[in-house]
Design a protein around this ligand. Structure first.
Ligand SMILES: Nc1ncnc2c1ncn2[C@@H]1O[C@H](COP(=O)(O)OP(=O)(O)OP(=O)(O)O)[C@@H](O)[C@H]1O
Ligand SMILES: [Mg+2]
Length: 412
């Protein structure tokens, strides 16, 4: 069992401030994934937790004990790196046993620990082999085995799968998920560039950007209710489209007049007085679908990519307009150079003002996110039907101010 608490944690190399104001509570047994652009400080934060980097500001606690000046070996932590760096002249068992031997543990204890790790990682048949006689995935499992034999309270992983080919990554990712479920009380913190790893492994994802935390939340919460344009475009692939426009009519449903003349109905409330406010409409490529009715976006397809299960349509590439990507299920041939009209469900759209989602305006606390159970199949007339919903915004705003009702985001 190990809770971690980071309070105003900061890191500077000389004058260069790499991280600041990192506040994070990690519960015992949680699987936390750090993501963010290259150079944002993911490895640095992990290494500060491990004790391999000095914390230059703030406090790190593990199980209530301040760890800032505790050496790595006494933190109850084990770290697995991208480069597994096994000793080439030692067998799998000896590689895994190395730390225990250095710590002077008995032969029996070492055998029991390496047997157990070998079994957990399905390495039992390979315990007497040298690393050169293993595949990349097996070598990375030995590196994880070196961590397991020490039975740490906290596992730290820094891009452990990035040296593996695509198929091995998937297999090893599933093994890590199974390993975690076999150790429910062990806390894991995992750095990755891989969206699928982040979305599938994490209980909560921490998005790091600009020297701080952009958003923390369950994977589908970040996908469904990103707090700002950065998170919106970072989580999900291809990235969310952002179409500039202005609020036209306000209420429980908002109408946005997009630059270029089209309009969109969005199931995000706006207030009287918001009319004319500059916004970016966020549309995920996978939420777009072709329509015969009123489109949210219309354009000539520059390029298509047929991936089998989906077809990607690219618009406005290399031109002086906002590029747009759509992801349509199935195979769509012959669309290159054609004008395509696309719409999206009002409940799937996002609205940002000055980069921040209107859902989070004024620091409103949202109720727990309920992901939709299935994507609406959606008819072309969906947007019009939804637009007819009654609006009681004026009244609701007053009640929020009086503290009579809890502000609520739309059910999305
Ligand atoms: N020893 C150092 N001295 C000065 N700057 C450093 C040092 N180590 C790292 N940095 C800087 O700190 C920042 C964060 O580096 P870090 O390695 O934590 O990034 P990262 O998010 O892990 O990136 P990547 O995804 O590429 O692994 C970078 O801008 C890097 O240049
Ligand atoms: Mg790194």
């Amino acid at each position: 069992m190990a809770d971690l608490k980071l309070t105003d944690v900061a890191k500077a190399y000389g004058d260069v401030q790499v991280l600041s104001n990192i506040n994070l509570d990690i519960r015992s047994g949680e699987f936390i994934v750090f993501v963010g652009p290259s150079g944002c400080g993911k490895s640095t934060l992990l290494r500060m937790i491990a004790g391999l980097e000095q914390i230059t500001g703030g406090e790190l606690q593990i199980d209530g004990q301040v760890m800032n000046d505790i050496p790595p070996s006494q933190r109850g932590i084990a770290m697995v790196f991208q480069s597994y760096a096994l000793y080439p002249h030692m067998t799998v068992r000896d590689n895994m046993a190395f730390a225990l031997k250095i710590a002077g543990q008995s032969r029996d204890k070492i055998k029991a620990a390496t047997d157990r790790a070998g079994k957990m990682l399905q390495l039992t048949p390979y315990l007497d082999r040298l690393p050169k006689a293993l595949s990349g995935g097996q070598r990375q499992r030995v590196a994880i085995g070196r961590a397991i034999v020490r039975d740490p309270k906290v596992y730290l992983f820094d891009e452990p799968l990035s040296n593996l080919d695509a198929a091995l990554r998937v297999a090893t990712r599933i093994e890590i998920a199974q390993l975690k479920s076999s150790m429910p009380d062990r806390t894991m913190i995992y750095v990755t560039h891989d969206q699928t790893e982040a979305m599938t492994l994490a209980d909560r994802i921490v998005v790091l950007a600009g020297g701080g935390i952009a958003q923390v939340g369950a994977p589908l919460e970040l996908y469904g209710r990103p707090v700002n344009e950065f998170v919106a475009q970072f989580i999900g692939s291809p990235a969310m489209n952002l179409l500039p426009g202005k609020v036209k009519t306000t209420g429980e449903m908002t109408t946005v007049a997009l630059d270029g003349g089209l309009e969109a109905q969005v199931a995000i409330p706006t207030r009287p007085g918001d009319e004319g406010m500059a916004v970016n409409l966020g549309v995920r490529p996978e939420d777009m679908r072709e329509t015969e009715g009123t489109p949210v976006f219309e354009g000539k397809v520059d390029l298509t990519e047929a991936l089998g299960e989906v077809t990607l349509l690219y618009f406005g590439t290399g031109k002086d307009v906002v590029p747009v990507t759509a992801k349509l299920p199935g195979v769509h041939g012959g669309l290159n150079g054609q004008v395509v009209r696309l719409t999206a469900d009002p409940a799937a759209l996002h609205l940002f003002h000055k980069g921040v989602s209107l859902l989070y305006r004024d620091g409103v606390d949202l109720p727990p996110y309920q992901p939709p159970t299935a994507r609406p199949s959606g008819s072309a007339g969906g947007a019009h039907g939804a637009a007819a919903m009654p609006s009681d915004t004026d009244d609701r705003d007053d009640r929020i101010e009086e503290g009579l009702v809890k502000p609520q985001g739309p059910v999305r």
